[in-house]
Design a protein around this ligand. Structure first.
Ligand code: ADP
Ligand code: MG
Length: 230
């Protein structure tokens, strides 16, 4: 089978040619296969979030090549990257990045606004994901009134509303108690069974050593340290 995504000699340098220049990623070469669930590990500052942002088309590498299927994405203008993000990716962040003063429904709908979908279709998609995560009764509630577990489900519902096939998660269990972490892991397992790809930056042994994760890519000082198939 052909690879889903490939990174070839990828470098990311911040503040180039300035006194505070910093190489966050150095010569990263990785092939990601369709359906893979990857844990991206490494100490704080090793470049995990930076690598996620490149894989998720949120940023471009300073040099090197990234392809998604057969398409070179590393040099695409933002307009095209935004479309690829909408069509292919779902994002789950550590702090969820939900708008606290806005309703659950509005938060979940956010990724659909730029798609040009009709309001009716948007509502149908929202109903589907809210139902899937059993939060339809919370649709009108503001985020600030929800429990941690409810917020987690809203964040996941929002990440899924565009039916992405690649889910990017940055330290998703960092602020969760063990009950919520288990719940999240079960949801991730259901994504994996659907054939979705997951790339999860994490230092949580509970995630790394779970049956969900079949491959661990470990970074150290921006370098690929090891790439282990479990
Ligand atoms: P991790 O997620 O593994 O903790 P990051 O990818 O966030 O690591 O960061 C890698 C390095 O790049 C760190 O030294 C960090 O300070 C630096 N860095 C990250 N983002 C930026 C940025 N936007 N500007 C400058 N430096 C950055
Ligand atoms: Mg990080």
């Amino acid at each position: 089978m052909s690879v889903l995504m490939s990174l070839e000699g990828v470098n990311k340098i911040f503040n180039r040619q300035q006194p505070d220049e910093l190489t966050a990623l150095k010569d990263i070469t990785i092939d990601i296969n369709p359906g893979e669930v990857i844990a991206l590990t490494g100490p704080s500052g090793s470049g995990k979030s930076t690598l996620l942002s490149l894989c998720g088309c949120m940023a471009r590498p300073t040099s090197g090549m990234i392809t998604l299927e057969d398409r070179q994405i590393s040099r695409l203008p933002e307009k095209f990257l935004a479309k690829i993000r909408r069509d292919r990716f779902g994002f789950i962040f550590q702090q969820y990045n939900l708008l606290r003063d806005v309703s659950v429904l509005e938060n979940v709908l956010l990724p659909l606004y730029p798609t040009g979908m009709s309001i009716k279709e948007m509502r149908r998609s929202a109903d589907d994901v809210l139902q899937r995560f059993d939060i339809q009764q919370l649709a009108a509630k503001k985020i600030k009134f929800l429990s941690g577990g409810e917020q987690q489900r809203v964040a996941i519902a929002r990440a899924l509303i565009n039916q992405p096939d690649i889910i990017i998660a940055d330290e998703p269990t960092a602020h969760l108690d063990s009950h919520l972490a288990s719940e999240l892991l079960e949801i991730f397992k259901s994504f994996a069974r659907e054939g979705k790809n997951l790339i999860i930056a994490t230092h949580d042994p509970f995630v790394i050593h779970s049956s969900l994760v079949l491959r661990q890519i470990d970074l150290r000082f921006g370098l690929l340290e090891k790439d282990i198939l479990k």
